[in-house]
Design a protein around this ligand. Structure first.
Ligand code: F6P
Ligand code: MG
Length: 453
């Protein structure tokens, strides 16, 4: 781990709310307290439900959880020290060690605190503390306070979900007759649909509706110029060479998708995964989700299963047919869902090999890993103040278990791998290009010879 405010061995400082006026500062000052207030309101609104389910005990749990969350909001707003976790969950020790490490870097003079420490760390910590507040209060320990928003996001995107399912069904019904070029075109479109699906997260909008309302396929052409880095050819070549290799070695091609948000984005990821399998580009898809509710809209195991159930149960022929297909992919082991505590820890991914060697070794078994979304991008590049022209490979700081690609719409002020002058041009037209969610990247890296930097 590097000190938060200086460049060490060419690695720039972590983004932090200590830079007054920065996006990190505004997030910690405004957006995080708004999210916490919504969490508190949601718990309060569900008071009767807790009473019906658990009687007086439910009411007590509601009160105490709200008490803990209000205390945390106050700690945040007054820049109090980050305190150790007190629950006995599996990862609590790891979080507390991480705090100690950061405290050592700060020295004796200054505490690790909400506005002074790395933004990535404190933002992750907030979601872990929300989980702690609930966990310490059975019988509502397992309550997912973000569930309502995620469910709503899915239902509000129904029209777009039906369109994309109908599109997929059209491809699947004729898939054996498609030429390689036609497959490539479909692949490109579905990769971009999955990319733009990432616009629909609920963290950037502090929980406000952010669902997909327009046709995802029709929008692609007009969105094309907003893709600042587009390495989709390299992603395609990786899949094709994995396929060739698998044929000669009689093995299988495995693609991993490190998921981000539930709702429309998850559907776009499942559609892409379905296409990969039905086209024979991949034989297995491993999905990686979160083991606790995270960054408002991120996918948990429950969201994953629920989405497939809802797709099956839809009153729309193509959608329902595709839902059943997804269920059988899971049943047959062609698809599998995995979670690991590392995904809900605050570490940069370059720490994975040392801090979660089992997960790193697991990812090494993939032919391609797709990382969805903004938070995964921040963790890939360490959430640091990189120069925009630094290569993606450099910013990964040694992380590279397999060829990987980030599919991300930009919602935080970090971006690497741009052409000289590209960032300056964007800034002159649109100063908030990195945070407005309008731009995107399909950014690839492989440590093999074909790598870009
Ligand atoms: O700053 C916006 C933010 O809250 C970031 O903290 C986080 O990176 C992002 O939203 C979440 O977006 P995504 O769901 O794409 O990871
Ligand atoms: Mg998210």
């Amino acid at each position: 781990m590097m000190a938060a405010d200086q460049t060490v061995h060419g690695v720039p400082p972590s983004l932090s709310a200590k830079v007054v006026g920065s996006f990190a500062y505004l997030t910690v000052r405004d957006r995080l307290p708004t999210i916490l207030t919504k969490v508190i309101d949601t718990i309060h609104r569900n008071k009767n439900k807790f009473f019906e389910e658990y009687g007086e005990e439910g009411i007590q749990a509601e009160k105490q959880t709200i008490g803990l969350l209000s205390k945390m909001r106050n700690e945040l707003q007054t820049d109090k020290p980050v305190i150790p976790l007190t629950d006995s969950l599996q990862d609590a020790e790891c979080w507390n060690q991480y705090l100690q490490k950061h405290q050592k870097l700060h020295g004796d003079q200054e505490s690790v605190s909400w506005f002074k420490s790395p933004w990535l760390y404190v933002e992750c910590y907030m979601y872990r503390r929300i989980h702690e507040a609930l966990w310490l209060n059975p019988p509502i320990s397992d309550y997912d306070v973000f569930n309502e928003g995620k469910t709503q996001g899915f239902f509000e995107s129904q029209q777009a979900v039906m369109t994309i399912c109908t599109h997929l069904e059209g491809i699947n019904s004729n898939i054996e007759n498609l030429s390689k070029n036609q497959l490539f075109e479909h692949f490109n479109k579905l990769l971009q649909v999955s990319l733009w699906g990432n616009k629909c997260d609920l963290s950037i909008s502090a929980g406000q509706d952010n669902s997909q309302k327009t046709s995802p396929i029709d929008s692609l052409v007009s969105l094309q110029p907003l893709i600042l880095v587009n390495d989709s050819n390299a992603v395609w070549s990786t899949l094709i060479s994995a396929q060739t290799h698998a044929r000669s070695e009689k093995t299988t091609v495995r693609v991993d998708i490190v998921l981000d948000n539930a709702g429309f984005e998850l559907v776009t990821d499942l559609v892409l995964a379905d296409f990969l399998v039905s086209s024979g580009l991949a034989h297995e898809v491993h999905f990686h989700g979160k083991s606790i509710p995270w960054f408002v809209s991120d996918v948990t195991a429950h969201d994953f299963q629920w989405t497939i159930q809802q797709t099956m149960a839809a009153n729309h022929k193509c959608m329902s047919k595709i839902g059943y297909q997804w269920k059988s992919h899971l049943k047959d082991g062609v698809w599998s869902y995995h979670d690991h505590p590392f995904w809900t820890q605050p570490h940069e991914f370059c720490d994975m090999a040392a801090d979660a060697p089992d997960l790193y070794a697991n990812l090494q078994g993939a032919d391609l890993v797709l990382f969805k979304g903004d938070l995964n991008y921040r963790k890939l590049v360490g959430d640091r103040d990189w120069d925009h022209t630094v290569g993606f490979g450099t910013a990964l700081q040694g992380f590279g278990p397999a060829p990987l690609c980030s599919l991300r719409t930009l919602k935080a002020n970090v971006q690497v791998g741009l052409q000289p002058g590209q960032a300056e041009k964007l800034t002159s037209h649109e100063p908030d290009w990195m945070t407005c969610g309008k731009y995107a990247v399909i950014q690839f890296y492989s440590s093999k010879a074909e790598q870009k930097d």
